[in-house]
Ligand binder design. Sequence first.
Ligand code: KIV
Length: 262
Amino acid sequence: MKRTTKSIAKMKGVSKVAMITAYDALFARLADAAGADIILVGDSLGNTFMGFDSTVPVTLEMMAHHTAAVARANPDAMVLADIPFGCAGMSFDRLLDDCRALYQKAGAEAVKIEGGAEIAEKVAGLASAGIAVMGHIGLRPQQVFKLGGYRKFGKTPEERAALVADAKALEEAGAFAVLLEMVDDSAAEAVTKALSVPTIGIGSGPACDGQVLVCTDILGLSSFTPSFAKKYADLTAEISRAYSEYVADVRSGAFPTPREAK
Ligand code: KIV
């Protein structure tokens, strides 16, 4: 069954939302076959597949290219594309154009934007133009150079109150869900209780309405796995074994074996 903003909204308090990142049709098909509700074409593609040190160098063109590949998998899961660095800070018209490109040219069904109350007005404008927006608060990896590193958010009463206010502003603006990254568990619980739309957590504890992990962390393909992530497979070891066997077989002549003439 195709996942929509409506079906995702209905899951709050009933069933947890499972979200996985994917950046191409191959991995999107696998996430979809596993029953993921949302496939996030995250700008984490910068760190995971493109060799960048952060998400900052990822451009709208890169996002469109990878979103189109995921959309070609034709998943039941919702195709959610990240708005990359800098775009949310541009004019509303330019942001709307970026969303239009991801929708019309790449096949996105929703976008995720890093930001809180300060982008609420733009989120409201996008919502009235027909764009489904997921907010993203707590740690915003696109802010890494301003922050000077990654850290947990919501540990102090002030930060916790600011997170609740940001989330409420996004909900009131029409966001269909809010992602909480690296938010203190009890602050994430407070945000989740304060909203009627689902929260999706990453490194934010079990109280969120859903969870997201980066596919390379799940699969054991990341060079660095964050402490909150769970590695469900060690594909680095398995792929290394398979590739090494293939290389050795080519060198030794064990592959290919002669084929019978037909
Ligand atoms: O880009 C991404 O994969 C993300 C997740 C870390 C939530 O935004």
